[in-house]
Design a protein around this ligand. Structure first.
Ligand SMILES: Cc1cc2nc3c(=O)[nH]c(=O)nc-3n(C[C@H](O)[C@H](O)[C@H](O)COP(=O)(O)OP(=O)(O)OC[C@H]3O[C@@H](n4cnc5c(N)ncnc54)[C@H](O)[C@@H]3O)c2cc1C
Length: 418
């Protein structure tokens, strides 16, 4: 039975889905029948996007009612997971078997399929977005057909089918690359001058396996350095060491953050900023993020520092991370190493929209691409114009979904069908 209409907002509560029905099938066969019988249908993940990318004016389907499973293939170093699973569920099971994922986002409570559909990323000079770990993907097509695409068997198509914004079908399983489990230690340096980071981007972001800068774009920030204990890493000693545990947002409870001060722990309790067992409360923030080519990092720092006085009053916190290039057609890091500029805004859409436009005015000339799951004022045509393989993706939607069953207004804006 579809869920009642009342539960149709996203995690932040800033958008309400237009779909009159949310289905929650209990078996893959039930899902296949549902897709076959619907005129238009979209999958909803854990609803952590800040825009209507997941919406449908017809049917929405959640996969968290399907049996959840993670199967490790040690010989091929993969884990095959059910699509509705959240990273927080997967990571402990994987670690217990002696394996790890190379990368995680700041929050582990997001669904794996939803994250991979939008190019969700963590931070690290050598770390690609989470979608780049996808070795194969299984989805239900428009006739209820179940198809696998893999890097080995379908190398021409898979890079187009992973960051797909839900437009190619309902993903039911993903096969992800894994590696032997590793341990990490996290240290925070506070009182870091933005001028120093801007002038030494390579040193700061190259200092550890995963590095994040938090700031309000006025004068200073703090740098979170996440080291692997099995690797010699350069380190960096700007600012001064934090004496106590901190939260990314000043004044928020530090116990929600993953352990700091150099305490060694498993990869999944250090890579995210937030603990798997404690999801940050919802509804008091909005988010935007822009992927800038790495070569323009210093220029991006300069323009954002120039409007720090505009940005800071509507900001909980901003974060700067790095993402390695990948080959996924709609990945915002497609074809280029990036520095990402993220903003966690106050929940004040009017004030935020005004400041966001100022941010975009400055970052877009640097070649910025917005995060698919976050807020932007950019026109869809301008966004898609930054993707070299957009026409190939559009052709793939025609091939796999000729009648447009999996499209919505968000996808129609990007790829209008006349
Ligand atoms: C507190 C917070 C922290 C965040 N941290 C980060 C971060 O560190 N890095 C980052 O890059 N982003 C981050 N995000 C953004 C988030 O990762 C993305 O919005 C991501 O898409 C959320 O996954 P979801 O399952 O909630 O997807 P949803 O928002 O539910 O859906 C997103 C897209 O995925 C599609 N989709 C979902 N499931 C399926 C499926 N089974 N088959 C086909 N398509 C599907 C939907 O149709 C939609 O197009 C954060 C968001 C929040 C709220």
């Amino acid at each position: 039975m579809p869920e009642p209409r009342a539960r149709t907002t996203n995690w932040a509560g800033n958008v309400t889905f237009g779909s009159p029905r949310i289905h929650r099938p209990r078996t893959v066969d039930e899902l296949r029948r549902l897709v076959c019988e619907s005129t238009r249908i979209r999958a909803l993940g854990s609803g952590h996007s800040f825009n209507l990318v997941a919406d449908s004016e017809h049917d929405l389907v959640r996969l968290d009612g399907l049996p959840s499973e993670a199967v490790v293939d040690e010989r091929n170093s993969t884990v095959t997971v059910t699509a509705g699973m959240r990273y927080a569920e997967l990571v402990t099971a994987l670690d217990a078997k002696g394996f790890a994922l190379a990368n995680l986002a700041s929050l582990p409570h997001i669904s794996i399929a939803g994250s991979c559909a939008t190019g969700t990323h963590g931070s690290g000079d050598d770390l690609r977005c989470l979608s780049a770990a996808v070795r194969a993907i299984q989805f239900v097509g428009p006739e209820g057909d179940l198809t696998w695409l893999s890097r080995d068997e379908d190398p021409e198509v898979l890079p187009g089918a992973v960051v797909a914004l839900g437009a190619l079908g309902v993903v039911t399983r993903l096969r992800l690359d894994i590696e032997p489990a590793f341990r990490m230690a996290q240290r925070v340096r506070v009182g870091v001058s933005l001028g120093e980071v801007s002038a030494h981007v390579e040193e700061v972001f190259g200092a550890a396996y995963s590095v994040s800068l938090f700031t309000d774009w006025r004068e200073e920030g703090m740098v979170w350095l996440k080291h692997r204990t099995d690797r010699a890493e350069r380190g960096w000693d700007g600012g001064r060491p934090a004496r106590r545990q901190v939260h990314p947002v000043p004044g928020m409870p530090p116990e929600h953050s993953t352990e700091q001060r150099g305490a060694v722990g498993p990869w999944y309790e250090r890579l995210p900023h937030f603990r798997p067992g404690l999801e940050p409360s919802a509804g008091r923030e909005l988010q935007s993020e822009f992927y800038v080519p790495r070569a323009s990092a210093e220029a991006a720092f300069t323009v954002l520092r120039g409007i720090g006085h505009l940005v800071a009053p509507v900001l909980h916190v901003a974060e700067v991370r790095t993402v390695r290039a990948d080959d996924l057609w709609l990945s915002p890091a497609h074809g280029r190493d990036c520095v990402t500029f993220h903003f966690t805004w106050h929940s004040d859409p009017v004030a935020v929209t005004r400041v966001l436009a100022s941010v975009e005015e400055r970052l877009l000339p640097l070649g910025a691409r917005p995060h698919w799951g976050k807020l932007t004022t950019m026109a869809a045509a301008d966004v898609i114009g930054t993707y070299e393989r957009a026409a190939d993706f559009e052709a793939l939607t025609h091939r796999l979904d000729p009648a447009g069953k999996f499209r919505n207004a968000f996808v129609d804006d990007l790829f209008p069908r006349v």
